[in-house]
Each structure stands twice: as C-alpha cells, then as structure tokens.
Design a protein around this ligand. Structure first.
Ligand code: DX5
Ligand code: ZN
Length: 223
C-alpha cells in the first residue's frame, strides 16, 4: 500500500492548521513538512517553532524534512516540536552517522535524504540507522519543479539493499509518474503542487481528487 504525504510547502502559509485539517480530511496519509534554511538550499521556510505550532493540527504523522546545515544543533528542538520522522540530508555535514544516531536518541524515527547529484552508495553505510530513505527527484529548495528521471534507478537499488525500509520520493511526483515510482520500489510519495493545485481551505474537494488520482495511478501496478 502506498503512503501519500502532501507537502505543506504548496499550502497557504497563513493557514497551515486549516490546510492540514483539509488535506487530511481529503485523504492524506502523512503530512510532509519542508524545513529550509537559505544556506543548505536557496530558500527559507520555517523552523521548529512553526513545527510545534502546527503539530496539534496533524492527526496522522509529521514527516519533517530538514534541508538545513548543520543539523545536529537543532535535533532536540525538532524532536520537542513533535516530529515523528526527522530526515537529514547525507550532504548536510561530515557526520551523518552521528546525526542519525542523535535523531534516534531524541525519540524520532530517523530518515536520510539524498540529492539528485548524490550517488545512492552514499547512504548505504547508514541504512541500518534509519527507518526511511528520501530520494530527492528535484533539487531541493522549491516546489513545482520537474521530476528528474535519472534519480529513478536509485529507488530499485535501495529497495534491493533494504526491503524493510520506507523509500520516499520527493519532488515532481504526480499521477503521471506514481506508477513507475511504486514499481521501482517506493512506498511513500511526497506531493506538493500536484495535491494542492486547484483547491483551497474554502474549497478542499480538489485536494481529495488530486490525492485519489495519485493513489489510483500508484496502485494500478500490475500484481
Ligand atoms: C522540495 C521539497 C519538496 C517539495 C515537493 O525541496 O523537499 O517536498 O515540496 O514539491 P512538488 O511536489 O511540488 O515537487
Ligand atoms: Zn520535502
């Protein structure tokens, strides 16, 4: 079964609580929360204080994607903010192994993310420390970018190495590629613009139509 994790990067930033309630009511499985620092990626979103503020509005699972460097000084703050999954980038510093241990010690489920330009071998030594691998299929920093096809072989390789882990795809996901992603071995699909397009808090029905379209495409995989 595929997990669909709408990214609130594509939501109304002035109405996160209502947006989360709306997208969960329309079928979201997890809520994906993109934290950007203007240093590791060329954009800034928000930090642990906003995560703590939105946490009571999330009934499902808070999947926090840290696009920040350094990571370690902020782990306790994101754990205290209520992150269920806390994902750090393998490119974010020289000590990803230590970072992932610290995330687990802080009480979160650790994830490791890799950029499109990073070989999949970079995460292999830490697969025993994580619950999730996030394969970036755009260069992180912005929503609404085009899916980068050359990232796809990483998914099958990861699935072969780690049958038990969540493999999450982040960037450019929609009904047009969901099937290929699940066939390659992904089980979590992050989707920002393809979920939130056409809808709003006042008119959330398109969120549900968009989620169902992705789920239908993803689950049309031949048995
Ligand atoms: C990109 C973020 C993604 C982003 C995906 O830096 O990590 O989670 O919100 O947005 P879409 O689905 O629009 O590509
Ligand atoms: Zn993300």
């Amino acid at each position: 079964m595929v997990t669909i994790a709408p990214s609130i990067l594509a939501a109304d930033f002035a109405a996160f609580g209502a947006e989360i309630a709306a997208v969960e009511a329309e079928g979201a499985d997890w809520i994906h929360v993109d934290v950007m620092d203007g240093h590791f990626v060329p954009n800034i979103t928000f930090g642990p204080q906003t995560c703590a503020a939105i946490r009571p509005h999330i009934r499902t699972l808070m999947d926090v994607h840290l696009m920040i460097a350094p990571v370690d000084p902020f782990i306790d703050a994101f754990a205290a903010a209520g992150a269920d999954i806390l994902t750090a980038h393998v490119e974010a510093g020289p000590h990803i192994h230590r970072t992932l241990q610290a995330i687990r010690a802080a009480g979160c489920r650790p994830g490791v993310a890799l950029n499109p330009g990073t070989p999949v071998e970079a995460v292999r030594p830490v697969l025993d420390l994580v619950d999730l691998v996030c394969v970036m299929t755009v260069n992180p920093g912005f929503g609404g970018q085009s899916f980068i096809d050359t990232c796809l072989p990483k998914v099958a390789q990861l699935r072969a190495w780690a049958p038990h882990l969540h493999i999450e795809i982040d960037g450019g996901v929609g009904p047009g590629n969901a099937r290929r992603l699940v066939e390659a071995g992904a089980d979590v699909l992050v989707a920002g613009s393809s979920v939130f397009k056409g809808g709003s808090v006042a008119d959330p029905a398109p969120y549900g139509q968009n989620i169902r379209a992705i789920r239908k495409a993803a689950t049309s995989v031949a048995a």
